[in-house]
Every structure is written in structure tokens, then in C-alpha cells.
Write a protein that binds this ligand. Structure first.
Ligand SMILES: Cc1ncc(COP(=O)(O)OP(=O)(O)O)c(N)n1
Ligand SMILES: Cc1ncsc1CCOP(=O)(O)O
Ligand SMILES: [Mg+2]
Length: 546
């Protein structure tokens, strides 16, 4: 529930057009307004409000080195398509070596900035960073009560990444008593979580869970304890808690000195996604992937001589479609009944790709992949656009096989690639953090690589012999088992699966085996909807048995 506004409206998109903005970039979707020379200022203002622009207000400190603070917040929000206004709480003199000086802005003037922005602009989400005094925290809370917003994201900045104190112990109590109860999410790193809880020791994931639970009791609706500072491991694990469930969010630990500003950036990305209408967990996941991609992109850049450099928030300018993201987060359960099209088969039965997809969804397919090996690009793209519309209106994700260009052009939810296609990490660079990427893996080593490359799921097979894909070795149950047990990623089995054997695949009871992907058993049949329905019921029965 939003802390500072009507609870029921909490995280829902405030304006219906905000989500449409994700699908259609502004230049194409927005009504064109030709300002007439005689137009009155008020009429112009009304026209401008008709164009959706998710708005984040950051209340934080300025970093002269521009890697963190206000500067990071503005770049991160902009990279994800949100407008970012700024209320500056302190001016810091800092660089890649550390913080050389802090000059707090008087609290009255922080209040004046807050009133200026909140009384005039339509702010969706407020994100806080460095709040150097208890007085400033109080002024912020007063203004949030007066000018309610859709959500409040609190990054409890206390110590800089270089170890310098940015917010003294006197503000701790005000954080806990006044700000946290208003927050939709609080995002401490382990050091901050420890300070907030009276210097408790946090060494393990289990400690992070306990800390998340204790901070949740202070009043925020969600807590994200960030594990980036935990002792070395290949993964960066954060713990998300919504009051009921703990979710461990795993990301890659990118080896680079350029990590200055990761906390500010993560919180700003969460704020930007919330402003665009995302749910909290999806916002956190997109934010985490954004930071990971930005770090990866900037890992070898050199700015400054100190131990901690900034990273490039605007790496996505190389691929502006990043901003569009996906409307819903990837749910591994979507892999349950994965329909993969084949133009040859559908042609043979006199169906268009679009009709085939419609029928599969009608029968209960939970995810669709367009695998059109022989369709000309223009025809493929047209069909893909029609299928995006159908899938989106049914809430079924649509992926494109092999063709990143087609996926980008039709704004599909993702892509499936194999070992001879574009590497998944390059696909991630092109598609951005919010899209779904599946990778075909036949061995544990390939599965390990898929995880490192940032894939969302693995397709593994052929489990049984198939004639749909030429020269495709059969893995059998043993091969499938080996891939599943080598990976943390969800897996979908593929290859020769039909109504006769699908039950036996699910009954293997492999915990991360989430479903089956089928081509001929659905599309080389007369009635796609009937076949999909039968397969679905077989899968459901098998799952209830195992
Ligand atoms: C869900 C799923 N799994 C595996 C594949 C095979 O992909 P790939 O190995 O790239 O082979 P082609 O399909 O491109 O021939 C898949 N398409 N979907
Ligand atoms: C694309 C693919 N990848 C591994 S097997 C296969 C073909 C699956 O087709 P079918 O379900 O008709 O056996
Ligand atoms: Mg392929």
C-alpha cells in the first residue's frame, strides 16, 4: 500500500496511458499537438498533460563526481524512460577516491524545493537518497503528507561506498520512526541494514532474511536487503521481503572497479519502473538487471584515479528499445505449456501463423514462440506484430526464435536462442533488462554459461527423437536430468514430446523442470486448440500425481 496516498491505489498505474507508453515509444504513440501561436498558456498546459511521462522526484545529495547521488538518479530514471526532478539535500565534494566534503542544504530550503516541485508537477514516485539530518527527514515527511504520491522508495544512504559517513546516527531514529512507515520499499545494503538494527552482524543469507523481517516491522511495505557487499561469491544475492514471502534475487557479480552509485541507481530504477506502472517485484527485478547490464557495459571504462569509478547509465542509448521493457515480469510457470510454431506445418494444414497462435492460446498454451525458419522477413514481421497483439490481450508472453531483429521490431516479450545463434549476453545487450531470454542447452556446461550470460530459462532437448529439427541429438531423461540439476534456471523440455509421453516427462519430478515445449504435437495436427487442450490436461494430471 502506498504510504502517502490512498492505500488502494497504491502501486497501480495512475494513468491508463502510462503502460501504453511502454508499448509505443512516445514519438509514435502520442497525439501530436501543434502549438498555435495564439494558444493560451493554460490550453498548452492541458495538451502537455495528455502526454504520459512517468515522473520520479529524487530527494538526495549531489555528487560532484556524478557517479552517485542526484546525478545517478537522473541518469538512471531517464535511461528507463521516466522524467526525474530533483530536490538537493546536500552538496558533496567527492570523486573516485572518496568524499572530501559535505555541505548540507538548510532544511527550510529543502522544504522550499519540495514545495516547488510537488505543488506544480505531477510526481508519481518519490525516491530518497542522502538525507543528512533529522530535520530534513521531517520536512520531507511533512511534504509527502501534504502532497501525496503513488509510491515512496527509500534508499537509506548512510555511508558512501568509499566508507565515508553521509548521514549521522541522529537521523537513524527519524528514519525508523517517521520515514520507514511511509515507504513502499526500503533498500538497505548489508552495512546499512546492520546499522539500522543496532549494528547486528550480517554474514549469511539467513541473516539477511532476519534483517529484512526486522526492517519490515518498522513499517515499509517491502524491504530489499542488498547482498552486493557479502563475502565473495559468483552471485550477487539480494533478499526481497513483502511481509509474507522471502525471495532471493540472484544476479551476476560483475568484476569491475566501477561500482560507485549502484545503490542510488538501483533505487531510482525501482522508482522509475513503479512510476511506469510495474508491480514492486517486477520493478526490483528490472532494476537489478539494469544495474547488472550497466556494470557489464562499463566494466573496463576508466574515469579518475581512485579505487571506485562510476558506470555508464546511458549504455542503453546504443539500443533505445531497452526503454520499452516488458509489460509483465517473467514467471517461470509460464513455461508449463510452451507452443512453438512451424510455418511448414501450419501451411500444410491451411492456417496462418496468427490463426495457429490464436488456437494454441484458446487451448491453453501458457507461452508462445514463433519459430519460422522458412518465412520471409517481411511476412514474418507482419505475422509477429499480429501475434504480439493477440498474446498481449491474453496475457501470454510471445517469444521469437533466433531473430533478434524481428523481436525488436515487433516488441516481443523475448527471444529464444540456441548454441549456434547470437550469444545470450549479446542478446541481453540488445533487448535490455526487461525482456525474456531462453537458451537451448544440452549439457551442464552450456547451462552454466546460460546463467552467466543472463538467460531467464533453458530449453533442453530433444528429450525424445524428433523429425522437426534435423540432426538434433536425443538427450533422453538422463540428459535432461543432468541439465536441470546443473542449473538454477527454470527449464522447459523439448523434442518429440506429445500427449503420449508428456506425462512421463513431468513425472520425473525435477524441481526446476517447469513444462514442455512442443511443435508437431500441436501444429502438425488438424485442430490446434483441441490438441493443446488435451496436452494441458495431461500435464495437469501428471503434476498433480508427482
Ligand atoms: C523452448 C525451446 N527450446 C529449444 C529450442 C531450440 O533452439 P535452437 O537450439 O536454437 O534450435 P532452433 O529452434 O533455432 O532450430 C527452441 N526453439 N525452443
Ligand atoms: C526446436 C527443437 N529443439 C530441440 S528439439 C526441437 C524440435 C521439437 O519439435 P517437436 O515437438 O515437433 O518434436
Ligand atoms: Mg536457434
Amino acid at each position: 500500500m502506498a504510504s502517502v496516498s490512498a492505500p488502494s491505489a497504491a502501486l497501480a498505474p495512475r494513468r491508463p496511458s502510462a503502460s501504453a507508453a511502454l508499448l509505443f515509444p512516445y514519438p509514435y504513440s502520442s497525439p501530436r499537438v501543434s502549438p498555435s501561436p495564439t494558444a493560451q498558456p493554460r490550453r498548452l498546459a492541458v495538451a502537455a498533460r495528455a502526454m504520459p511521462w512517468p515522473h520520479v522526484l529524487t530527494v538526495a545529495g549531489s555528487d560532484s563526481g556524478a557517479g552517485a547521488g542526484i546525478q545517478a538518479d537522473i541518469k538512471a530514471s531517464a535511461a528507463l524512460g521516466a522524467y526525474c526532478s530533483s530536490v538537493i539535500t546536500a552538496v558533496t565534494a567527492q570523486n573516485t577516491v572518496g568524499v572530501q566534503g559535505v555541505h548540507a542544504v538548510p532544511e527550510e530550503f529543502v522544504g522550499e524545493q519540495l514545495r516547488s516541485v510537488l505543488s506544480d508537477m505531477s510526481v508519481d514516485v518519490v525516491k530518497t537518497g542522502m538525507l543528512p539530518s533529522a530535520g530534513i527527514v521531517k520536512v520531507l515527511c511533512e511534504n509527502l503528507r501534504k502532497f501525496p504520491v503513488k509510491a515512496l522508495v527509500v534508499d537509506p544512504v548512510m555511508v558512501s561506498t568509499s566508507g565515508d559517513t553521509l548521514s549521522g546516527p541522529s537521523t537513524l531514529a527519524t528514519f525508523r520512526d517517521e520515514l520507514f512507515p511511509m515507504a513502499d520499499i526500503v533498500t538497505p545494503n548489508v552495512k546499512e541494514a546492520s546499522k539500522l538494527l543496532g549494528d547486528v552482524s550480517l554474514q549469511t543469507i539467513s541473516d539477511m532474511r532476519s534483517a529484512a523481517e526486522s526492517i519490515y516491522k518498522l513499517g515499509p511495505k517491502h524491504v530489499l536487503v542488498k547482498g552486493g557487499d557479502m563475502p565473495d561469491s559468483t552471485d550477487a544475492i539480494d533478499v526481497f521481503f513483502d511481509g509474507k514471502e522471502f525471495i532471493e534475487l540472484r544476479g551476476l557479480r560483475i568484476k569491475t572497479r566501477n561500482t560507485h552509485g549502484t545503490g542510488c541507481t538501483l533505487a531510482s530504477c525501482i522508482a522509475a519502473e513503479l512510476a511506469k506502472g510495474a508491480t514492486m517485484l517486477h520493478a526490483v527485478e528490472v532494476a537489478k538487471k539494469f544495474v547488472e547490464s550497466a556494470l557489464y557495459h562499463s566494466k573496463d571504462r576508466v574515469i579518475g584515479n581512485g579505487p571506485q569509478g562510476p558506470f555508464d547509465h546511458l549504455f542503453s542509448l546504443k539500443s533505445p528499445l531497452h526503454k520499452m521493457g516488458s509489460l509483465h515480469k517473467f514467471n517461470p510457470d509460464d513455461l508449463f505449456l510452451y507452443a512453438v510454431t512451424d510455418s511448414g506445418m501450419n501451411k500444410k494444414w491451411g492456417r496462418s501463423i496468427k490463426d495457429a497462435v490464436k488456437a494454441a492460446i484458446e487451448g491453453g498454451a501458457t507461452i508462445v514462440q514463433l519459430r519460422e525458419k522458412d518465412t520471409e522477413t517481411r511476412e514474418f514481421l507482419e505475422a509477429a506484430k499480429a501475434c504480439v497483439d493477440i498474446c498481449r490481450s491474453s496475457g501470454v508472453p510471445l517469444l521469437i526464435n533466433d531473430r533478434i531483429d524481428v523481436a525488436l521490431a515487433c516488441n516481443a516479450d523475448g527471444v529464444h536462442v540456441g548454441q549456434s545463434d547470437m550469444p545470450a549476453w549479446e542478446v541481453r545487450e540488445l533487448l535490455g533488462p526487461g525482456k525474456i531470454i531462453g537458451v537451448s542447452c544440452k549439457t551442464p556446461a552450456q547451462a552454466e554459461q546460460a546463467w552467466k550470460d543472463g538467460a531467464d530459462y533453458i530449453g533442453s532437448g530433444g528429450v525424445f527423437p524428433t523429425t522437426t529439427k534435423a540432426n538434433n541429438p536425443t538427450l533422453g531423461f538422463e540428459g535432461l536430468r543432468a541439465v536441470c540439476s546443473a542449473s538454477k534456471l527454470p527449464v522447459v523440455a523439448i523434442g518429440g514430446i506429445n500427449t503420449g509421453n508428456a506425462g512421463s516427462v513431468m513425472e520425473l519430478g525435477l524441481p526446476n523442470l517447469k513444462g514442455v515445449a512442443v511443435v508437431s504435437a500441436l501444429f502438425d495436427r488438424e485442430c490446434v486448440a483441441t490438441e493443446t487442450r488435451s496436452l494441458r490436461s495431461i500435464l495437469m494430471n501428471a503434476c498433480s500425481r508427482s
